[in-house]
Design a protein around this ligand. Structure first.
Ligand code: ACO
Length: 388
């Protein structure tokens, strides 16, 4: 299969990654003052110590734009070069239009198609699979995949079963067509719709549009059956993990890092025990951010790279599950971005290698502009030079 430029394409290399977390921290101690709970209960049952909560100014769009800009900077790519933007979210700014379209506008990605993808907390891995397909068929060269959520807006802050679990945030990756066997090597996606009511927001959709009854019944809040979800996760995830590893021709011991959906540390522990994956090969940040739903895997992936836990050639296992109920497992082979001439000279790349402030970059740009202007003036008015 050839892409638009006549290259043989099969893989979608991850060439950029970024994240955004709201600054506002809500600790377990803060929650103790809101509902009948304790730091001890929350931490021992979930592994969560604190989470980030968006301010009224922060939306799925603003958080996604910030995470995407960071990812594009690492990739050394201009937003205008993007062909497609996929936003995995269950908490978009509006029912209509898709958050993806507003993000496309804010980024200046004028050539990109854009759509939202809803697959609960498994949404980012679904998005990675969809984006990879567009690249593998040769239709697109650069795809931005985002996972972003503001679940805090859908929580009943009197319901201790749910309000202690979730947090807000966004993560993004840039995919680029590549002939090297990197990026997503295999994936296993699925759904168990019979369990749709184990985690759902009953009101506000087309079945129960907003009305007084929806408000009175609290149907605009997340309803969750934690035990059902727990059982689903600990039985399904080990099975699909083995399935996707077999598809990639790998065994659990070949995995460098497992990046699971950060829903509950006990679920992760149970899955690792069944797969015999040691603790040191698992990335966990749930203590800092809680369950950020579709954003949890891209945020964790970004932090894993920042902490130097991934090297070229490493195999990463991504495991997601969530509302639907859905699941998504993927094997990703890590690869570094190719160094093109344009990337080497891009401001983003220079800033990535040499951490300079925005002011320094502006000063350099102004100096360069002044030099060019002076040169032009001297060319236009050579007399001034001669008189002196
Ligand atoms: N603080 C104190 N006590 C609490 C709290 C709380 N925040 N919440 C519940 N309890 C109480 C319950 O009322 C119950 O009391 P009771 O025995 O007197 O009735 C007791 O603690 C035990 O409740 P359980 O529900 O049995 O607690 P469990 O050990 O199952 O833990 C939890 C609950 C953490 C929700 C767990 O079931 C879980 O993590 N499930 C999966 C949830 C999940 O993954 N959700 C999201 C997945 S999809 C997505 O990410 C969007």
């Amino acid at each position: 299969m050839e892409d638009r430029e006549g290259c043989i394409v099969k893989y979608a290399r991850i060439i950029g990654w970024g994240k955004y977390l709201p600054e506002k921290i809500l600790s377990n101690q803060d929650l103790e003052r809101i509902v009948d709970t304790s730091d001890e209960w929350i931490y021992s049952r979930t592994g969560i110590r604190e989470r980030r909560i968006a301010t009224p100014d922060e939306t799925v769009t603003t958080m996604s734009v910030a995470a995407s800009r960071a990812a594009l900077a690492i990739a050394g790519l201009d937003a205008a070069e993007l062909d497609l933007i996929i936003v995995a979210t269950s908490s978009p700014d509006y029912l209509l239009p898709a958050a993806a379209s507003m993000i496309q506008h804010e980024l200046g990605a004028e050539h990109a198609a854009a759509f939202d993808l809803r697959a609960g907390c498994a949404g980012f891995v679904y998005g990675l699979a969809v984006g990879t397909q567009f690249i593998a068929t040769g239709m697109y060269r650069h795809v931005l995949v985002i996972g972003a959520e503001i679940i805090s807006k859908f929580l009943d802050w009197q319901d201790r079963d749910t309000c202690v679990l979730f947090g807000d945030g966004a993560g993004a990756v840039v995919l680029q067509a590549s002939e090297e066997p990197t990026g997503l090597l295999a994936c296993c996606l699925g759904s168990s719709g019979a369990d749709y009511d184990a985690l759902f927001v009953p009101g506000g959709g087309s079945k129960y549009p907003f009305c007084q009854e929806v408000l009175d019944q609290g149907w605009h809040h997340i309803k969750m059956n934690g035990r059902r979800l727990y059982r689903f996760a600990v039985t399904t995830l080990p099975q699909v993990a083995l399935e996707v590893l077999a598809m990639a021709g790998l065994a659990p011991r070949d995995i460098t890092l497992l990046i699971p959906h950060q829903a509950n540390a006990r679920i992760v522990q149970s899955v690792c025990e069944r797969l015999e994956i040691p603790e040191e090969k698992v990335f966990i940040n749930i203590h800092k951010y809680g369950n950020t739903s579709a954003a949890s895997i891209p945020i964790a992936l970004c932090e894993a790279v920042e902490e130097g836990r991934l090297n070229p050639g490493d195999h990463v296992l991504l495991l997601g599950f969530g509302a639907g109920l859905t699941w998504a497992a993927a094997v990703v082979r890590w690869g570094v971005p190719e160094l093109s001439i344009s990337r080497l000279f891009s401001w983003n790349f220079i800033r990535e290698c040499v951490p300079v402030s925005e002011a320094t970059v502006t000063a350099c740009r102004a100096t360069a502009l002044l030099t060019v202007l002076t040169h032009c003036l001297w060319q236009l008015f050579p007399g001034g030079r001669e008189q002196r």
